[in-house]
Design a protein around this ligand. Sequence first.
Ligand code: ADP
Length: 239
Amino acid sequence: MHTQLIAAQLERKQLRASSRKHRPRGLPIILFGPPGSGKGTQARLLAGKFGIPAISTGEMLRHGTGCAFDKTIQRTMQAGQLISDELMNHLLGARLKRPDCANGFILDGFPRSVSQAEYLKSFLKDLGMPRPIIFHLTVPDAEVVRRLTHRLECPTCGETISVDGDPDVITCTCSHDGAKLGHRDDDVAETIYTRLKSYKATVAEMVRIFAGDSYFEVGAMEAPNSVAAHLAELVRTGI
Ligand code: ADP
């Protein structure tokens, strides 16, 4: 009897150890939200808080991918349209395999289609990562347009600032690296509407695909640091 008890205890211990060994590890976070909802800013703030990289697919593309399609990519972006799923999945997959992503990452701008969402889901599984935490940042359309037309961005580090006067007459330099801030080529009214329309056409489907994961809709009208504190709290309590 005594031996049976010890054997059962040992088996339970081994089971616990093996489930610990195979428990998914890492912190994958996805940010959804319309252009101008502050995904880039929040990604950078959360990256600092949790020591994992912020990955913006828009920034990756703006910096140039080094592939033969760079000119086509820049033209597509200027028109506010989406890059092909095949190329995006390939680029993102290569980025997520880098060692700095081993403990997690924050995605800003990916996924943006069913194919990308499914690619990411199976990629996380292959990496042995848990299901992602999703933050859906919400802001009214009028605020999107106001923010984007008043936004200046550093071409080097991607930092953005908002200028409240006439953005066309203000020249500023980046406080991090001194580069001259400028308007993004796609931050013009017509392209903003195209991007907003494309976002609205896909977001419900994205949310549906990740239903069952940790999903939080968060109003993003407050100051960036308050929004980030709220998101960080949700990460800490939501996992
Ligand atoms: P925003 O969210 O403010 O529109 P981003 O910097 O995320 O801006 O993206 C800029 C552009 O880069 C998009 O309009 C699109 O052309 C391209 N892009 C970025 N991410 C993706 C993606 N996941 N799939 C397809 N195109 C993308």
